[in-house]
Structure formats: structure tokens, C-alpha cells
Design a protein. Structure first.
Length: 370
């Protein structure tokens, strides 16, 4: 077994850290913490609970960023001392401990480096995710439900709350569509690489002849709208329909017509909400999601115009971005990054961080000028 060159490894770690620190802008983080702390200390802060929650959440996030950077500096300093003592005493057990800490710090730096790549206009925001079943009949509806479980499991592992906003059940099994919200910093930047068409190949549990079936589901990710966003929608551009919420198999969930379907007439964008307790709450939730989709559409149109003016003809995201093959072999593969995993059950149980990290790095490479 080759002996670790700790001197070279420590230099490499510090070089990586210096690059991350420069991009992170520690001075700005400290300035933000000071400003947000002052806001959080205002006596009338909780007069507006929603605004207060945003201030305290942002303060907590910025403090966590600073602590994470400072903790890594301390860990590298401690590792340097540990290595020095171990080499002086030729202590193999301590050198083995230093090796483990080296690997742990390297992993922590890689995770922090991913965060520095989330520099898009809306990357720091929360996310609204919609999953829709596509081609493949009942298998596609079942696949949509599998994806919803995968993302909610992923959120749970991170300590995030995934709030289900809308669910439309298919007649036989699964979901026609589902929408959930994760109001956490950088949720949009993180999950936006999951947008696209997902493909499932398996022996269909709904086919009595046990044939292999290919089915599809689409994932849409939009940033959460904020009060500062200037997305005004005239009432004349919105058509609102009220209907009765439905559960699995078309069963009635509510005794009143509380579900809301909102159509934006100029673009044809349709948003429906049924999981809130009242029609007023569903209408407010639908309007917020509609504004989010229009905000992203506006940004995409601006980006497309810029690319056209610049003569940029790079391909955009393909129709199929990931395949989940459960038969005749076990493999989940991202078709953009080539990242693949043989443990399909772990992926479907929410172990998708490696896919997300690879997607963020891939996207950063696509954004760089050629």
C-alpha cells in the first residue's frame, strides 16, 4: 500500500479551499450576517411572520455558510498537527486516522465546491417541482409516483420539508401529476438539474403476461416566487375554474369544491391546486406557482434571445435525461453526465446526491464560454 504524501495532499486541500473561499466571498457573507442580524433584532420583526421567517432563515443559512468554511479551516490546521505528531513518533495508528480525516475533508470540500457552482440568477431560491406521467399508460403513472417518493425521500435525508401542494391520481394506480414545494436555500439551483424526461424500463407489474415495459415521466422545476419579483398578471389574462378535489381512484376527498385550476390565457400555462384546506388558499398557491413559471419562462426567453444574438447553437437539454433500468439488468444512468449506479433501489429511495452533483458540474461546464 502506497504511503500517503501528506505534505502534497495538504497543499492540494488548501489550494482547493482558497479557490472556494474566493468564490464564496467571505467578506460579503459577514456583511450579510451583520445586516440580517440587525433586521432579526428589530422589535417589530414578527409583525409580519412570513417576512420574519425569511429573514431568520436567510440569517441561519449565511451563518451556516460561514461556520462551514471556518470549520474546514480548523480541520485542516488540526490535520496538519496530527500528521506532524504521527510522523515524529512513527505512529501507524495515528497516520491511519490522518488518512481517514484527509478523505473526510476532501469530501467536505467537494460538497462545498458544488455550492459555489450554484451561481444562476434563481439558484439560491426554494423550488416548486412538478412530476407528470408521460407515455406508458398505468406504468407511467406508477413511475410518476415512484419519482415523487424518490424526491421526498431525498428531501427527508437532507432534513428538508417537501410540502405536497397538488396531486392528481390516475384511475388504476399511480399519479397523473404531483406538485411539491421545498422552501430551502439553493433548492432550485440543486434540483433544477433534475428537470427533464425520466425513463423507466422494467417488467410491468400491471401486465399479466409479465412483459417488459418502457414508460416516461416529466419533471419540471421552477424557482419559488418572492415578493420582490415584478410578475404582475392582469385578471383578464387568468381563467379560474373551481372543482372538487379527488383522491386515489377518483374518490372525493373534500365535501366542498375547494380545488382550483388556473389557466394563463396568453401562454396556455395551467396550474391546479387542491391540497390546501380552502378555495382561497388553493387559489393563492396556484397564483404563486403560476408566477414562478412565468418568471422562469421570462428568463428562458431572455436567455434564448441572448444566445441567438451571440450565435450560440449549443444543444439544450435532451428529451431523455436519465434512464432507470430494472430489467433485464439493474442500472440508473444519466445520459448527460454518463454517471451511473447499479443499486437502483438506493436511487429510488432518494440516494441521488451523486447524480445531482454530477449534473451541477455538467451544467457549469455547459455554461462556460467555448
Amino acid at each position: 500500500m502506497a504511503k500517503t504524501d501528506f505534505s502534497a495532499e495538504l497543499r492540494s486541500l488548501r489550494s482547493t479551499y482558497d479557490s472556494i473561499e474566493a468564490v464564496s466571498d467571505v467578506a460579503q457573507i459577514k456583511a450579510d450576517i451583520a445586516a440580517l442580524s440587525e433586521e432579526a433584532g428589530a422589535p417589530d420583526l414578527w409583525d409580519d411572520p412570513a417576512a420574519a421567517q425569511k429573514v431568520t432563515s436567510r440569517l441561519s443559512h449565511r451563518q451556516s455558510e460561514l461556520e462551514r468554511l471556518q470549520r474546514l479551516t480548523t480541520r485542516m490546521d488540526d490535520l496538519e498537527v496530527l500528521v506532524e505528531l504521527a510522523e515524529m513518533e512513527d505512529d501507524e495508528d495515528t497516520l491511519a486516522e490522518a488518512d481517514r480525516e484527509l478523505l473526510s475533508i476532501r469530501k467536505a470540500l467537494a460538497e462545498l465546491e458544488i455550492v459555489t457552482l450554484l451561481s444562476g440568477e434563481f439558484d439560491a431560491r426554494g423550488a416548486v417541482v412538478t412530476i407528470r406521467s408521460g407515455a406508458g399508460g398505468v406504468d407511467a403513472a406508477d413511475f410518476a409516483e415512484m419519482l415523487l417518493r424518490m424526491y421526498t425521500r431525498w428531501a427527508e435525508k437532507r432534513g428538508y420539508s417537501a410540502r405536497i401542494m397538488d396531486t392528481h391520481y390516475a384511475e388504476e394506480a399511480g399519479l397523473k401529476s404531483a406538485t411539491f414545494e421545498i422552501d430551502e436555500p439553493y433548492a432550485f439551483g440543486t434540483l433544477s438539474v433534475e428537470a427533464g424526461t425520466h425513463r423507466l424500463v422494467r417488467i410491468s407489474p400491471f401486465d399479466n403476461q409479465g412483459r417488459r415495459q418502457t414508460s416516461f415521466a416529466a419533471v419540471e422545476v421552477v424557482p419559488l416566487i418572492e415578493s420582490t419579483d415584478s410578475i404582475e398578471i392582469p385578471d383578464a389574462e387568468i381563467k379560474v375554474d373551481v372543482f372538487r378535489s379527488s383522491g386515489p381512484g377518483g374518490q372525493s376527498v373534500n365535501t366542498t369544491d375547494s380545488a382550483v385550476r388556473m389557466t394563463h390565457l396568453p401562454t396556455g400555462i395551467v396550474v391546479s391546486m387542491q391540497n390546501e384546506k380552502s378555495q382561497i388558499q388553493n387559489r393563492a398557491a396556484a397564483l404563486r406557482v403560476l408566477q414562478s413559471r412565468l418568471l422562469l419562462l421570462k428568463k428562458e426567453q431572455e436567455d434564448a434571445q441572448k444566445k441567438e444574438l451571440a450565435g450560440d447553437v449549443k444543444a439544450s437539454w435532451g428529451d431523455q435525461m436519465r434512464s432507470y433500468v430494472l430489467n433485464p439488468y439493474q442500472m440508473v444512468k444519466d445520459l448527460r453526465t454518463e454517471h451511473e449506479v447499479g443499486n437502483t433501489q438506493a436511487v429510488l429511495d432518494g440516494e441521488i446526491d451523486d447524480f445531482i452533483d454530477a449534473g451541477i458540474r455538467w451544467r457549469a461546464g455547459q455554461r462556460r464560454p467555448s
